[in-house]
Design a protein around this ligand. Structure first.
Ligand code: HEM
Length: 137
């Protein structure tokens, strides 16, 4: 299990030679990193001992920057929970799209299927009772 630090504990490490900060609920000891920060050491000093999540995210740090963070991870911030916003987001993703109703299609040619046999029957009747009797005469 990783170490848990309160924010007041993190706040004690706010000097150049002992520098912690928090990003998204994780505590980082970036003492050795500050001087190498591509964005300059001042940016790191300004966030020393603080929750730097907003500052870190506002810059739009690259994927690589997020990976660099892992090297300095020392533990988790006490009482940190996922924000409600994130939980709702995840729940939304789990919801399934409603199934769209496919309209029931009428079988094609249903009218012809009735009319054609009717014409055939009518033709037979006309022949049998009208034309055939006339031919006998
Ligand atoms: C402590 C963890 C931090 C790490 C590991 C980190 C890492 C990096 C890296 C790798 C870059 C180069 C550009 C990139 O890949 O995104 C960068 C640039 C930068 N960082 Fe950070 N950073 C950290 C914290 C901060 C904080 C707290 C600030 C506060 C404002 C900050 C401000 C900047 C700025 C202004 C740049 C320059 C952006 C640019 O050149 O466009 N960084 N950082």
């Amino acid at each position: 299990m990783s170490a848990i630090y309160s924010l007041s504990e993190v706040e004690k490490h706010n000097v150049k030679g002992d520098l912690w900060l928090v990003v998204e609920g994780k505590v980082y000891n970036v003492t050795t990193f500050a001087a190498d920060h591509p964005g300059g050491e001042r940016a790191i000093y300004e966030e020393a001992g603080k929750d730097a999540t907003e500052a870190f995210n506002d810059i739009g740090h690259s994927e690589a920057a997020h990976e660099w963070l892992n090297d300095y991870y020392i533990g988790d911030l006490e009482g940190f929970a996922q924000t409600e916003e994130k939980v709702v987001e995840q729940q939304e993703e789990l919801k399934q799209e409603p199934v769209t109703q496919v309209p029931v299609q009428k079988p094609k040619g249903s009218v012809l299927r009735v009319i054609l046999p009717a014409i055939a029957v009518a033709s037979i009747l006309v022949y049998k009772f009208v034309i055939a009797p006339q031919q006998k005469n």
